[in-house]
Design a protein around this ligand. Structure first.
Ligand SMILES: [Mn+2]
Length: 414
């Protein structure tokens, strides 16, 4: 217990943080009007069992309301925020409880809570007066084959809004959310601190862990005890399992002592996420090729972080990363220097992504790094034939002068 950091409570109250974010969004929208956005709907897991609920990140960022079926209405001119409660049946109330109007206003800074019927009345009145409506265009398909959450489509259909009736503020929201406020950074830092503590418990005892499941279980315990949950299904992958990028089925099989174990785990606490990867091994027993791959990726990762500067080109960063990764693979003998076109065979994913209320965020459409951005830097190399998968991932804050590695406390281990 004593090795778990006791981080202080936030200095910024939730309502103040969300009010600031509502105002930032309104300032970023150039003309007056009404913003109408839904939270996610509850989704079915099995016949009468709901899937674990995750709130839509834009809605969570604006309101902090982490219950299903809510919506928000914001008047851009005054930044006045009104929450819309879901119509819950008695059965739903009985089984799942609900958020009271008072609690919802207290955490979000909203001035009022209205019904779905009243929402329709207000939106119709705004349209009759010729006011502009702002909403998020629903996703229709996903490259990973997922069904989109129906909340956005249902809200627009319920208000009888078709594509031409509203302005899509997806890019505006992404841009505002890309740069974090001090209050957001406090929360991100806390999610990262809890995660780092858990990583260090594992790395300090790595030779004693005999299975992926043991490691995943201990980290889950740490996160729940800290009032959080996993930001995504934990990836604890021994040996060849680490060559599956999102391997999320930790087994009780005995870990091989000559192989490494890749751990890509982050805590979600109070609406914000960590996303950290370490590849641990037992120095006494590990295969020398595995050790060399981990050491080389680790050195390259540290070097890449130094490529990031406020005002620096994001495109140039990606280019320099590719050059570094190519050098790693040449040094390890996985590729020859003439095989630049083969880089994605062993380095098949992006070097990183924004991190905040969503685990995977955009860079907000910016061409250059901005102070307040938080991004992951996560080079990895994978080869199922060699049974080696290595990834090292840290969470990096862009500051006025350079960068700060927020997850540096998670030791690289051995
Ligand atoms: Mn990541």
């Amino acid at each position: 217990m004593d090795n778990i950091t006791k981080t202080p409570a936030y200095t910024t109250a939730a309502a103040d943080m969300h009010r600031e974010q509502q105002q930032r969004l309104c300032e970023a929208i150039s003309s007056d009007g009404l913003i109408v956005l839904p939270g996610y709907q509850k989704m079915q897991l099995q016949h009468d069992m709901a899937a674990p609920f995750w709130q839509e990140a834009n809605f969570l960022w604006l309101t902090g309301v982490a219950y299903p079926g809510w919506a928000v209405l914001i008047d851009v001119a005054t930044a006045t925020t009104v929450l819309v409660r879901p119509d819950l049946t008695e059965v739903e109330q009985l089984f799942e409880g609900s958020l009271s109007d008072g609690e919802a206003m207290h955490s979000s800074g909203a001035t009022e809570v209205i019904s779905r019927v009243e929402l329709r009345t207000r939106v119709n009145a705004a349209r009759a007066k010729g006011q502009t409506l702002y909403a998020l265009k629903p996703e229709t398909a996903h490259e990973l084959g997922m069904q989109p959450n129906p909340a956005h489509r249902q809200l627009l259909d319920g208000l009888q809004l078709s594509d031409g009736d509203y302005h899509d503020i997806t890019p505006v929201l992404a841009k505002v959310r890309a740069c974090k406020t001090q209050a957001e950074l406090e929360r991100i830092t806390r999610a990262i601190a809890v995660s780092c503590d858990s990583f260090n418990v594992i790395s300090g005892a790595i030779a004693r862990y005999t299975s992926e499941a043991e490691i995943a279980a201990d980290m889950t315990r740490d996160f729940i005890r800290a009032g959080g949950r996993h930001a995504y299904d934990p990836i604890v992958a021994g040996g060849v399992h680490a060559t599956v990028l999102h391997y999320d089925r930790p087994t009780t099989e005995t870990l091989r002592k000559d192989q490494a174990v890749l751990i890509d785990v982050g805590a979600h606490i109070d609406g914000y996420n960590a996303d950290i990867t370490r590849t641990f091994y037992d120095d006494a027993t590990v295969d020398s090729n595995v050790r060399a791959a981990i050491q080389r990726v680790t050195e390259a990762q540290r070097h890449m972080i130094s490529f990031i500067q406020p005002g620096g080109s994001i495109r140039e960063f990606f280019q320099r990363v590719d050059d570094s990764m190519m050098q790693v693979l040449v040094d390890l003998g996985w590729l020859r220097s003439s095989q630049k076109d083969q880089l994605s065979r062993y380095f098949p994913h992006a070097i990183g992504h924004g991190l905040g209320a969503d685990v995977h965020e955009w860079f907000g459409g910016y061409d250059t790094f901005q102070p307040g951005m938080v991004l992951t830097v996560e080079p990895g190399i994978y080869d199922a034939v060699r049974e080696i998968g290595v990834r090292i991932e840290d969470d990096i804050l862009v500051t006025d002068r350079g960068t700060e590695n927020l997850s540096i406390a998670a030791e690289l281990g051995r």
